[in-house]
Design a protein around this ligand. Structure first.
Ligand code: PLP
Ligand code: COI
Length: 340
């Protein structure tokens, strides 16, 4: 699809092929020069590490057109850091922060017409990833890798935009203690598809996962971290070694404290506390902050006071402030906005 033919306001969270993507190959112990290509397909060994043993990790970030016409990315340096930690855990070669940001700048400049207009409700989602492209038949790191980055314009992650969603308390686990829950490995998502489809078929948008060791604490969903609001307006988020350290969540905690003057707390959150919170939101690059209306459990529904019709006041203020910062309407903390 050509950029000029896109109806920005009707976009969902899907893939649209844009004109260019960035690619860089790792072979004989080093990365090549790297650069843009218009070829959206990849050709790899049938025995590639990614195909046989899921040796792959990815990132997700968004690019915005600001009110005054700049094109910016939100905290991409943190995506570069997190991709490096994913690579270390999956024994894949790392990309330096500098090279990551250079690839991002080149990619966006080459696809500039796909950056949605300010105020359209759409954004440009960027997907960087690294995978084992060379052959391995024994279980070990692949001998060759590819780093790629593509972008696709997107609308809201959850159907219906910003209406409260329903969660299912999952019978399945997302991440094991001392496993890979804290990195962005493709394998974490592969094994969540079954539970995700089950939740969808029962009429729920997503799963709430508990810690798999004790099934006592709230972890996260398949693609976002939790934020809760207490009766006295304190913002609480689960602390756990087996959830992905969400950049959106880390940013929202700063927004809550420094912009909205709210008390914030990052600590283990017991599942039996959930019923006492008045608002609940899912935060992530794709989700931004999406309000949750209820969590279904075998013992009945936990309903948040904010209800199923609209966002609660604190989540709503958090969302407004964060998106205002991202779109250049509210002054950002130092270093949060990367201008392209
Ligand atoms: N948790 C999981 C499992 C995710 O896939 C994501 C998405 O990236 C997040 C949380 C949110 O992280 P971020 O805010 O960095 O996008
Ligand atoms: C993101 O928010 O960028 C993610 O990667 C989540 C994914 C489930 C779409």
């Amino acid at each position: 699809m050509m950029a000029k033919d896109i109806d920005w306001s009707s976009l969902g969270f899907g893939y649209i092929k844009t004109d260019y993507r960035y690619t860089r190959a790792w072979k004989d112990g080093k990365w090549d020069e790297g650069g843009l290509t218009d070829k959206a397909e990849v050709t790899i060994s049938e025995c590639a590490g990614v195909l046989q043993y899921a040796q792959t990790g990815f990132e997700g970030l968004k690019v915005y057109r600001t009110k005054d016409g700049h094109v910016v990315a939100f905290r991409p340096d943190l995506n570069a850091d997190r991709l490096q930690s994913t690579c270390r855990r999956l024994i894949m070669p790392e990309i330096s922060k500098e090279d990551f940001l250079k690839a991002l700048d080149e990619l966006i400049k080459a696809n500039i017409d796909y950056v949605p207009p300010f105020g359209s409700g759409a954004t440009l989602y960027v997907r960087p990833f690294i995978y084992g492209s060379g052959p391995v038949i024994g279980v070990k790191p692949a001998p060759e890798y590819e780093f790629r980055m593509f972008c696709t314009p997107v609308g809201p992650y959850f159907k219906g935009g910003v209406k409260p969603i329903k969660l299912l308390l999952s019978d399945y686990d997302r991440a094991a203690p001392h496993g890979t829950g804290n990195i962005k490995a493709g394998l974490n998502y592969a094994m969540s598809i079954y539970a995700g489809e089950k939740a969808h078929s029962l009429g729920y948008n997503e799963n709430m996962y508990l810690d798999s060791g004790t099934r006592t604490y709230v972890e996260e969903t398949g693609g976002a971290n939790f934020l809760f609001v207490t009766k006295d307006n304190k913002v609480v988020t689960p602390k756990s070694d087996t959830i992905l350290p969400s950049i959106t969540r880390r940013s929202l905690m700063i927004v809550a404290k420094d912009y909205l003057g709210l008390e914030v707390e990052e600590r283990p959150v017991r599942f039996d506390e959930v019923k006492d919170f008045v608002e609940c939101g899912l935060c992530g690059t794709a989700a931004v902050i999406s309000p949750v209306g209820l969590v279904h459990t075998k013992d009945g529904d936990i309903k948040f006071a904010s209800g199923m019709e609209e966002m609660g006041p604190v989540i709503s203020k958090l969302r407004e402030t964060l998106t205002g910062i991202q779109m250049g309407e509210i002054e950002a903390p130092e270093g949060w906005i990367h201008r392209i």
